[in-house]
Design a protein around this ligand. Structure first.
Ligand SMILES: [Zn+2]
Length: 292
């Protein structure tokens, strides 16, 4: 079946986002985190591909060991070369430590509709769509746990634990070179949000970022913007460090990041749709001509 970017409608993504936020806070180790994992597994179990385990303990000096579990789904797992990996984190920030009122910095209550919810919702719709229309594309979808489980003084060693565990395990088993490219999305659902590549993507993975930017330019959608001047660490960093071309799409100017206001009403189905269409275009380009 011929795929086109507009096949991604965003309605399902919005439904998934509503479900995810209904579980409440989803920080690593919380009941909502467990519910989110069950929910993602239930969606992937309806898709034609392989759901695999990616879990374990991560040690961070100065804290108790952290139990993490990524949700890892593969289309066409038998293809071992030039695979594309799409990823996002599904955990939410345990505390609203960007609230102006510092007395709120150690209370709970971050819902993470945009940060943690939006990327997860988009990748779930994408999985269902590809499963129906084109399940033979060599593609991994990974929902990372523990992107931001600890206070800010642990940046960066206590962050991005799920993606680092995933990359560490693939390196250990000699499978990291199966990936030709990786694209991570984070904070991609804000109302009137503007999502773009950040600088480390361009400087460390220029050819791959150029291809992603090409998909953005081709579609010319309202929720996308030119590459940002800032450079940030995120779940793409572990892939870059392992030598895999990796890029990050993010709206780091989202005003409610790490606050109690990151709720569903600050998100928009239009932004989910636009970002989903960019990802689908990237997948289409990959299926015609994978990164080598
Ligand atoms: Zn995030």
């Amino acid at each position: 079946m011929e795929l086109k970017a507009t096949d991604f409608e965003g309605k399902q993504a919005w439904f998934h986002l509503e479900q995810l936020v209904s579980f409440g806070e989803r920080y690593t180790g919380s009941p909502g985190n467990e519910q989110a994992k069950d929910y993602m597994r239930s969606v992937f179990q309806t898709c034609s591909g392989t759901l695999s385990e990616s879990r374990g303990e991560m040690e961070v000096t100065g804290t108790e060991p952290i139990q993490i579990e990524n949700i890892w789904f593969r289309f066409a797992p038998e293809v071992k070369k030039h695979r594309l990996l799409l990823g996002t984190h599904f955990d939410t920030r345990p505390w609203p430590d960007r609230e102006e009122d510092e007395s709120l910095h150690r209370v709970r209550g971050v819902i993470g509709a945009c940060d943690g919810g939006s990327g997860t919702a988009i990748l779930l719709e994408l999985a269902t769509l590809l499963s129906e229309k084109s399940p033979n594309i060599p593609l991994d979808i990974v929902m990372f746990d523990a992107e931001e489980p600890l206070p800010k003084e642990f940046i960066p060693v206590g962050y991005f634990l799920g993606s680092r565990k995933f990359v560490f395990d693939r390196v250990k088993e000699g499978a990291i070179s199966n990936y030709g490219s990786a694209l991570v999305i984070d904070v991609v659902g804000g109302k009137e949000g503007k999502v773009g590549l950040e600088q480390s993507s361009l400087s460390r993975s220029p050819r791959w970022s150029g291809r992603v930017q090409g998909a953005i330019d081709k579609l010319d959608l309202l929720s996308l913007k030119p590459p940002a001047s800032y450079s940030i660490w995120d779940d793409h960093s572990a892939f870059q460090n392992a030598g895999i071309p990796a890029a990050l799409l993010i709206d780091y100017d989202y005003p409610y990041l790490d606050t109690l206001q990151d709720t569903l009403d600050k998100c928009s189905p239009d932004t989910l749709r636009d970002v989903g269409q960019v990802l689908l275009q990237v997948v289409i380009n990959h299926s015609n001509n994978p990164m080598k």
